[in-house]
Design a protein around this ligand. Structure first.
Ligand code: AMP
Length: 879
């Protein structure tokens, strides 16, 4: 072993519990801001006092050192205060993400015999367990009755601080037990390297159910730095994170490569005075180059939960030396062979970690603990354990450690640690499943997917409606596993391939349909010829993770979807300075055609509203108007699933090129689309449809076309509510109407919650966020950072379309309306049955239920059923 690598000895207060150190820091700088959350700020004193009071309240439930308390609340300062309060009682906390399935949280509470579950009114009574439920809101009402002095519980460095559950290969998650001294050693080492001082501001983005959140929440409290805490929605939004990093002048942020990519993809191009801590999975080369160009320091952080957050760190300066660096304080790393002997320097072996970060083991799992935490034969000290990471590694000539991937089937998907066996176990219990193997694939960089390979118990190798099976499995798994563990795709297999020595041959498992490369035009590969073809093919290869893309290869047949389309167009714009509409991809979907498009000068690029999505076919064409997202690429899957002879066109908004003035009067928007349709097909008959807000536009279009004497055979709404304008109502009437609606919306929320708690919470929090933002924009128009480029135009068009809708008076039209209604409800509506259309369609409303909710009706697998119902409706309309 490289001399010096493990000489990491450093003094630290091994016997002092973390919260005592934090209380000391709070005493030194009581008035300094400790936490900022939205517009709220809390000082060190406020945080520490509130935690002490809450601890006293929790102690009234007979909590003793060594007990366990679960915490399942949304991200907020109270979440941090509660964590601190639990530590002050002497109990260990179990961080529970309330978004996880109920069963999984209940298992964790039961497995740990948690005495208390701290949650909030929102989740009241939601989790069933033996733990006493303490509601944060109730506790907050009471805590002022307690003194703010530190509770005099006896807690030392040897007591447990938390139990963190991670995916388990035998089918159930396992709880890693971390003591105070593990955490204190780790944090004090981090304060030195990569370093944090009281001048720092850290943007905290990680869910508390991931151990790395410990750095984000406790390191600032220990060093006097400030936490800028994000809510759940912001934490998943690259754009919002970047805005926060800039506006709040964040100096340190820690995240997994997935989150960094998210921020880069939305156009982070300025250099920031930001120390980037990237960890949790391998740091890819391309990310290094992009991040080092935009931040002040980049650090690669490595370590498993079992050795307390991070065990090695490395300051990365360029992409030639990607290592995980050297062990942190009081930590040793060994590269061992199968006999647990050290390999020679430079040879590959398994990474074992020893020292003060090593956990106590897995809760209630003695066998698993002794399998993974083994005696340290190198030091030979009795009781000294080293943790077997399952990672392969070697020591480089520069004396650093290189991590070379996994030995087992643990994977990381979007930063989450997953044991594939746990998913396979859950799948094998599903109906019709005989055998299941799950693999994480990243056929397109940046789009990691879990794929389930299934052998059916019936032995069938062809099933007419395999989708119905896969949907049922996905639904069942969502009830048991966190969403990120549910496979995205399934492949039906005759048999699972086996290697000569009888193991599952994962490498022989085929890629699912999405990446099936079906070459068009004679199935021949023709290499790019011109500079533009090379540019387009190169970008597709990079963005879609495919090799050898030829000039006749088709974007959609290669599995292209709307997100990757956005990236491709942004990249092409960067390289050539030319902005092409996303919809160009419909007509110019091969490399050859798209490259030819780039030859045109900017003025010649068409930004017409009418977009041919699937122009071929003998049937009556269908014209679909964009929804609020403005993206007509959304309709692609629907169109492709319709009859071969069914032409489909999309209508995109005016102004997307940033040159044309967007329209803000409904009648004018509709007239513009009608004109383009009639120019394209002067005779008819016509079928018009609109998605969401687009439904209102389609309605006005049909009205205008009928007035012109045109034959409108079908008018369809894709989940559009007939929102009548309130422009002509008196102020009093408006107040009464909206107030009453609000009451009904609130009253209906529990019904939605019972049907689907996760979706309801997501939707409601997004809604609240949006409203807050709206008010903020109104009150502080100068403080709102203006977006640039295409994003600014999109926002502008969206705002104007909504203004158009607000002013638009719906009047009865002599027509039948075909209403395609999303089966799942996301919000309260006064008229769930006909979505308010009855008074406006004089010939009646025909309702067609389609799977999914408002935002997912076009997404697979819902697109197929939707296409089927829509095609039947169209075919009936022409009869
Ligand atoms: P977790 O317990 O979720 O922190 O996952 C630990 C595992 O993630 C390690 O055993 C590695 O396989 C992987 N990992 C974490 N950080 C890195 C890194 N910087 N480079 C490579 N792999 C990493």
């Amino acid at each position: 072993m490289e001399a010096g690598l493990n000489n990491t000895q450093a003094d630290y207060p091994r016997n002092i519990a973390l919260h005592h150190l934090i209380a000391k820091k709070a005493g030194e700088m009581p008035d300094k801001i400790a936490i900022k959350f939205g517009q709220r700020t809390l000082s060190f004193k406020t945080v520490n006092d509130a935690a002490s009071k809450l601890a006293r309240h929790l102690l009234s439930f007979d909590i003793k050192t060594g007990d366990i308390i679960g915490l399942a609340v949304d991200r907020s300062p109270e979440m941090i205060i509660s964590l601190l309060a639990i530590l002050k009682t002497g109990a260990a906390y179990i961080p529970l993400d309330p978004e996880y399935p109920k069963d999984r949280i209940e298992f964790m509470l039961e497995d740990s015999a948690a005495k208390i579950l701290i949650t909030s009114n929102k989740y009241k009574g939601h989790f069933t367990s033996n733990a006493t439920e303490v509601l944060l809101e109730d506790a907050w009402d009471k805590i002022n009755g307690y003194p703010a002095e530190e509770p005099d519980t006896e807690v030392t460095g040897q007591d447990l601080a938390y139990v963190l559950f991670t995916s388990g290969s035998t089918g159930k998650p396992k709880g890693v037990q971390i003591k105070h001294h593990n955490l204190v050693n780790f944090l004090l080492s981090m304060a030195k390297t990569p370093g944090m001082t009281a001048d720092d501001k850290l943007l905290a983005v990680t869910t508390i159910s991931f151990d790395i959140a410990g750095l984000e929440l406790f390191l600032p409290l220990l060093t006097g730095a400030q936490i800028v805490l994000t809510d759940t929605i912001t934490a998943k939004d690259g754009r919002a994170l970047l805005e926060l990093a800039v506006n709040e002048q964040i100096s340190i942020m820690q995240a997994t490569p997935y989150t960094w990519r998210m921020m880069l993809e939305i156009g982070w191009d300025q250099k920031l005075p930001l120390k980037v801590l990237c960890g949790g999975e391998a740091l890819p080369k391309d990310l290094i180059n992009k991040l080092t160009a935009r931040c002040s320091e980049l650090w690669n952080m490595y370590g498993p939960t079992e050795t307390t957050v991070w065990s090695t760190v490395k300051h990365i300066k360029n992409d030639t030396d990607i290592t995980i660096g050297k062990p942190i304080d009081n930590t040793q790393v060994y590269i061992l062979n199968e006999q647990l002997a050290e390999v020679e320097t430079g040879a590959i072996g398994e990474i074992f970690i020893g020292g003060d970060g090593v956990a106590l083991g897995y809760l209630n799992r003695p066998e698993l603990t002794s399998e993974r935490f083994v005696d340290n034969k190198i030091t030979g000290v009795a009781g000294d354990k080293i943790y077997r990471t399952g990672d392969l590694g070697k020591i480089t000539p520069t004396g650093e450690i290189q991590c070379l991937g996994r030995i087992d089937h643990q994977v990381k998907v979007r930063g989450y640690r997953i044991e594939l066996e746990e998913i396979e176990h859950a799948l094998s219990w599903q109906e019709n499943v005989k055998e299941a193997v799950v693999v994480a694939r990243e056929d397109r960089p940046g789009d990691p997917r879990l794929v389930g390979y299934i052998v059916l118990s019936s032995g069938e190798t062809k099933v007419a409606d395999f989708n119905a099976f896969t949907e049922a499995w996905q639904r069942a798994l969502l009830g048991q596993l966190p969403e990120y563990m549910v496979p995205d795709d399934f492949v039906l297999m005759d048999a699972i391939p086996i290697t000569p020595n009888g193991k599952i041959d994962r490498k022989a498992l085929p890629a699912p349909d999405y990446s099936q490369i079906t070459r068009t035009e004679n199935n021949e590969y023709v290499a790019p010829r011109t500079a533009n073809e090379k540019l387009v093919a190169g970008i597709w290869q990079e963005m879609m993770g495919l090799e050898n893309i030829g000039i006749y290869d088709n974007f959609f047949q290669l599995g292209g979807r709307s997100l990757v389309a956005v990236r491709i167009m942004a990249c092409l714009e960067q390289e050539t300075g030319k902005r092409l509409p996303l919809a160009t991809l419909f007509e110019h979907s091969t490399v050859e055609k798209l490259a030819a498009r780039l030859e045109l000068n900017a003025e010649a690029i068409s930004w017409e509203s009418l977009v041919p999505i699937k122009p071929k076919g003998s049937k009556m064409p269908l014209y679909i108007v964009h929804g609020a997202g403005l993206n007509v690429l959304l309709f692609n899957a629907l169109a492709m699933n319709m009859d071969e002879e069914q032409p489909v066109y999309g209508l995109q908004a005016k102004g997307l090129n940033g040159i044309d003035e967007p329209l803000d009067v409904m009648e004018e928007i509709a007239a513009n689309y009608v004109e383009e349709i009639i120019n394209h097909d002067p005779v008819g008959p016509y079928a018009v449809a609109g998605y969401s807000l687009g439904g209102m536009i389609a309605y006005e279009m049909a009205k205008q076309m009928l007035a012109m004497g045109k034959d409108v055979k079908m008018l369809a709404m894709f989940d559009t509510y007939a929102d009548q304008t309130q422009k002509y109502d008196s102020l009093l009437k408006r107040i009464v109407k909206n107030g009453w609606l609000l009451i009904k919306q609130v009253a209906y929320t529990p019904v939605l919650f019972v049907q689907d708690p996760k979706r309801t919470i997501e939707y409601k929090s997004r809604e609240v966020g949006r409203r807050i933002q709206k008010v903020f924009k109104k009150v502080f128009p100068d403080k709102v950072k203006k977006k640039e480029g295409a994003l600014a135009y999109t926002d502008d068009i969206n705002e104007r379309s909504h203004a158009a809708q607000k002013n638009y008076l719906l009047t009865p039209v002599n027509i039948t309306l075909e209403l395609f209604r999303a089966q799942k409800k996301t919000f309260y509506m006064d008229d769930f049955k006909l979505l308010g259309w009855k008074p406006y369609a004089l010939k009646g409303v025909n309702v067609h239920d389609i799977p999914g909710e408002h935002n997912t009706i076009f997404a697979p697998p819902n697109d197929k059923q939707f296409a089927k119902v829509l095609q039947q409706c169209l075919d009936r309309a022409v009869k």
